[in-house]
Design a protein. Structure first.
Length: 144
């Protein structure tokens, strides 16, 4: 197995449902976090769906409808994000789910994985198993 540079750089972020699915579906290009993206990191970022639901998330009007027919996975890497930038939310990105006062992780080039990859989630920005990274990055990439 040959590991390429962008594969070494890849990290994963565990996100609860329905948010992981909304990101994978390209419907939520801004992830709100209480902590800033490490300055040295710009992607690729693997979106890992945690094992738990965010009940409040599912209760947001329109979320269930938006995900109708979309597979909801748990405990698996469900998407790859090519590039990530970060800024402090100050009234911006409201049309893309950005919350005031949170750090906005702006996700560009999102590709949903046709075959989610089982993985155990962790806190923070974590380093997935090399096999998982290679498999995720081998998925057909979006043009975005
Ligand atoms: Zn913003």
């Amino acid at each position: 197995m040959t590991i390429r540079r962008h594969e070494v750089l890849a990290r994963a972020l565990t996100v609860r449902q329905p948010w992981a699915a909304l990101i994978a579906a390209g419907l939520k290009p801004v992830e709100n976090r209480s902590w800033a993206l490490p300055a040295a990191f710009a992607g690729p970022l693997l979106i890992h769906a945690g094992t738990k639901d965010d009940r409040d998330g599912w209760a947001v009007p329109g979320v269930r409808e938006a995900l109708e027919g979309w597979p909801i996975r748990y405990g698996a890497i469900v998407a790859v994000v090519d590039r990530v930038t970060c800024h402090l939310g100050e009234g911006c990105c409201a049309d893309r789910w950005g919350e005031h006062g949170a750090w906005h992780w702006v996700l560009e080039g999102i590709t949903a994985l046709p075959e989610p990859i089982s993985a155990t989630g962790r806190l923070g920005l974590w380093r997935p198993e090399p096999e998982a990274v290679v498999a995720a990055l081998a998925a057909p990439q979006s043009a975005g």
